[in-house]
Design a protein around this ligand. Structure first.
Ligand code: G3H
Ligand code: 13P
Ligand code: ZN
Length: 352
């Protein structure tokens, strides 16, 4: 089947009213866990690599992992996406290494810590869209800053997150501005801010509408019904994984993530891409801890990785089922990048 662009995949998801989880990948083990889940549930997949992942594994290694996965799982369409690109160069080098999609995160400046002005965001995103579309690659933009409506802060544990206190109007995407942003930039997908944040510590209680503003998504969808919306910070931080970590020597304080049923609600209002990293990290390292505790004489890394990969696979399979992605892999025929480029240049893919 081979690699697919984000735009083609999300157009199919919109036509068929499902969402696609985007799982972060740093190594072979995560890639195998995601693709095993995709194969089992017959789901198309979005693999995404952060700048940190590219620095960790190296572009050559990461791009070869993706090519290997596409050969090993020929029936699964795979979109390879740059997560939180901070400038034009990060996005262009990703495309050079075979990524079919990039996120230009202009909600923050190049340091990915300082909230950016609207003009900066619209200009840099428009520039990346123009260049990416020349070669048929897709672009996700972001409007609004990720962070907690409880504290006004984004957490430091992730590679991309605002520093300092944020105002409520920065933490919630404005629907009118979203319309203007999509018109100006022509992005293929738009990440919005609704009170989610990266990492494990999203909410101090099970979130309600005061701290997870799903109605903002519904208002944005009414304004720009043809634009694919993206929810970042969408790990559910399940209790069973917190318990697994804490029962095996970890020290995570009680926390709450984004309930899967809230994501299902978002999918009914145009959310098509759902970013999940923390849950997968917890599944893998929870089992590292368990094996280390249960079998202190063990030192074969495979014995640590295999149960973690299985736990990650189960989590990914659950999200493919719950988001409605399951069963769609065989229904999409991936178009090559030059076909996508031609469709952009003749105006077929305009969303507004
Ligand atoms: O953007 C947040 C993702 O969880 C990636 O995190 O930059 O530590 O790889 P990272
Ligand atoms: P989580 O930390 O909730 O998994 O979010 C990941 C993310 O948004 C990556 O861009
Ligand atoms: Zn993110």
């Amino acid at each position: 089947m081979g690699l697919i662009t984000l735009r083609q995949l999300l157009d199919h998801a919109a036509e068929n009213r499902y969402g696609v989880p985007a799982f972060n990948i740093n190594n072979m083990e995560q890639g195998l866990a995601i693709l095993n889940a995709a194969q089992k549930t017959e789901s198309p997949v979005i693999l995404q690599a952060s700048k940190g992942a590219r620095a960790y594994a190296g572009d050559i290694m990461l791009s070869h992992i993706v090519v290997a996965l596409s050969k090993m799982y020929p029936l699964i369409p795979i979109c390879m996406h740059q997560d939180h690109g901070n400038n034009e160069a990060t996005c262009m080098t990703a495309i050079k290494h075979g990524f079919t999609s990039v996120m230009m995160d202009g909600s923050l400046e190049v340091d990915q810590k300082t909230p950016a002005s609207y003009e900066y965001n619209a200009n840099i995103t428009q520039k990346v869209v123009e260049m990416a579309h020349w070669v048929g690659a897709s672009v996700e933009g972001e409007l609004g800053v990720l962070g907690s409506l409880e504290t006004g802060e984004a957490f430091k544990e992730d590679g991309s997150g605002a520093e300092g206190k944020l105002e409520t109007n920065q933490l919630l995407t404005d629907p009118d501005q979203a319309l203007d942003f999509v018109k100006k930039t022509d992005v293929d997908a738009l990440a919005i801010a609704c009170g989610t944040s990266h990492g494990a510590y999203k909410f101090s209680r099970k979130p309600d509408g005061d701290i997870l503003a799903m109605e903002v998504i519904e208002k944005i969808h009414q304004k720009i019904p043809k634009t694919h919306l993206v929810m970042h910070g969408s790990s559910s931080v399940p209790q069973y994984l917190q318990d697994l970590i804490n029962e095996n020597g970890g020290e995570m304080s009680q926390t709450y993530g984004v309930p899967v049923e809230e994501i299902e609600r978002g999918i009914k209002s145009g959310v098509r891409k759902i970013n999940i990293d923390t849950d997968c990290r917890m599944a893998i390292t929870g089992y590292f801890r368990k094996i280390a505790k249960d079998k202190p004489s063990e030192f074969d890394p495979r014995k640590f990785a295999i149960p973690g990969m299985k736990a990650m696979e189960d989590l990914c399979a659950d999200r493919f089922e719950r988001f409605g992605t399951a069963g769609h892999a065989g229904k999409i025929k991936a178009l090559p990048l030059d076909k996508m480029a031609a469709s952009y240049s003749n105006g077929e893919l305009k969303q507004i």
